[in-house]
Design a protein around this ligand. Structure first.
Ligand SMILES: Nc1ncnc2c1ncn2[C@@H]1O[C@H](COP(=O)(O)OP(=O)(O)OP(=O)(O)O)[C@@H](O)[C@H]1O
Length: 481
């Protein structure tokens, strides 16, 4: 005979539980539970959700079993009653993406578990196969993989940190990884590649979740509205690899920041991996709590820069292959020269070419067609060759710093490059000799005349110079409209 009430029995259980788990976990998982009834040696407790029940079974089964044995004796049993019907929960759950799994057969609103197998109620209450990990929709785009992410000086650090994380999530010094950079430079692609690689390598062992900070905020607001803030919080605390994109969107959203702060702490403390992206460095994001900014900088902050010519070229080659379009090198060069500010524009150019080719039923696109199709997308400043463009171009060709041709230096290789640039400036721009001289460090027009005649002379006497000049002229023609 058991004279205990359900409350008293459960309170005794709680005292034991409290001694065995952290305060935070106790508060999260045990305080909200209500004792319902105690009949013979069977204590029934009410849990707020199906997910809750599953979580307890997965994580606290042994501890609860021994606790019940201590309080109710060897024959003691624990039964769960789930507060809300599953059909209702499922609908709600979707909005905050709680993990779901197929339900075992059960009586409505009630589940029994623990200590005994109840045929017809729960098939196997003790083994919950991958309850959370298999069922979380990671929200990843399968196209964003490392294999399609071209490496260059512009992204080397961020990319190698990302790959290291993918091999060892949570157990590396890049936690959090904070990737930042301007629009269209590949932040989303890179951070999603980490998630995809982890899924590929670790499968259901790692619960990966990609979420934009905007969705995070919306879900949180909705969770508050539906009195489900604690479930929201618990859900996020169960993620192994949390990827949050465009974190600058948290700016000015105090409640969301606070919630994220707690989730961040819990995950970090548990050795879970956090990956964040933003359009600017942590310290430059306005209206974000100082304590969050400082956490963002705990691991590694790596920026993505505008890709250099060679990387743009490699990206274009890759995108052309991915889109099933063949582009000859001249066209790739033309695009790489004229679309400099971000990778999304490079893709836009390829897609426009692809669309036009299929509209016009053209099998192969040639350079004049490409120039014509893309002329509206090329910035007007690029459509006319400027002296600066030629200076940059020639210096890049000879591998020297552009400023050098504007300086007074008389080093042989600089003088030669400067003379060639002056010659090309005269040939490809409408600028006067005086203007050209001025743009080369304020030189006199007679210096420009001298440079042009020197180049012309070399052209007629040296095949090597003739070849260099021809190459440069061709490239300038390709690069511009
Ligand atoms: N290094 C790269 N190699 C291949 N593709 C790239 C690379 N960088 C960016 N891209 C491509 O450029 C496009 C834009 O990239 P992404 O969306 O990741 O940029 P973002 O920095 O997140 O931009 P935003 O801040 O505007 O969201 C994507 O299609 C992506 O695949």
């Amino acid at each position: 005979m058991n004279k205990l009430t359900a409350e008293a029995a459960w309170n005794e259980c709680l005292e034991i539980v409290q001694d065995n788990i952290s305060h935070q976990k106790f508060k999260s998982w045990f305080e909200p539970i209500k004792p319902v009834k105690l009949e013979e040696e069977t204590l029934t407790i009410q849990v707020p959700s199906q997910f809750w029940y599953e979580w307890l079974e997965e994580h606290y089964y042994n501890m609860l079993r021994s606790t019940i044995a201590k309080v109710l004796g060897k024959e003691g049993k624990l039964e769960y009653s789930v507060l809300v019907e599953r059909s209702e929960r499922l609908e709600d759950n979707r909005s905050i993406r709680l993990p779901q799994r197929p339900m075992p057969p059960q009586k409505p609103q009630e589940m029994n578990t623990f200590t005994e197998y109840h045929p017809g109620k729960i098939e196997n209450p003790f083994v919950i196969p991958g309850i959370r990990k298999t069922n979380i929709d990671s929200n990843l785009n399968g196209n964003y993989v490392f294999e399609r992410y071209i490496e260059g000086d512009c992204n080397r650090l961020a990319r190698s940190a990302a790959m290291a994380i993918a091999d060892n999530p949570g157990k590396n010094s890049f936690n959090p990884l904070f990737v930042y950079g301007g629009t269209g430079l590949g932040k989303t692609h890179l951070i999603q590649s980490i998630g995809n690689k982890i899924k590929q390598q670790f499968g259901d062992e790692q619960a990966v979740l990609y979420v934009s900070s905007e969705s995070f905020t919306n879900e949180f607001v909705q969770a508050i509205r539906n009195n489900r803030a604690s479930e929201f919080s618990i859900f996020y605390r169960n993620i192994d690899v949390l990827i949050v994109d465009d974190i600058q969107f948290f700016s000015g959203k105090e409640k969301t920041q606070e919630e994220f702060f707690h989730i961040f702490n819990a995950l970090h403390q548990d050795g879970k991996q956090i990956i964040l992206s933003s359009d600017r460095a942590p310290k430059d994001i306005p209206d974000i709590e100082e304590r969050l900014i400082s956490r963002f900088s705990w691991g590694l902050s790596a920026d993505l820069q505008i890709p250099e010519f060679e990387t743009r070229y490699a990206i274009l080659e890759r995108k052309a292959v991915d889109n099933g379009i063949t582009l000859n090198p001249e066209i790739i060069e033309f695009i790489a020269y004229n679309f400099k500010s971000n990778v999304r524009d490079l893709e836009g150019a390829i897609i426009k070419l692809l669309a036009t080719a299929s509209l016009k039923h053209v099998d192969e696109i040639d350079l004049p067609m490409a120039k014509n199709v893309l002329k509206d997308m090329v910035k007007s400043s690029n459509s006319q060759i400027s002296i600066e463009f030629i200076q940059n171009y020639v210096c890049e060709y000879f591998g020297i710093d552009t400023n050098k041709v504007r300086e007074k230096t008389r080093k042989q290789e600089i003088v030669e490059a400067r003379q060639i640039a002056m010659y090309l400036a005269k040939k490809f721009t409408k600028s006067s000799l005086k203007t050209i001289g001025l743009q080369f460090g304020g030189r006199d027009h007679s210096t420009v005349i001298h440079a042009i005649s020197t180049v012309e002379e070399r052209l007629s006497t040296s095949p090597k110079h003739e070849r260099i000049l021809k190459e440069l002229e061709q490239k300038i023609e390709v690069a511009t409209l």
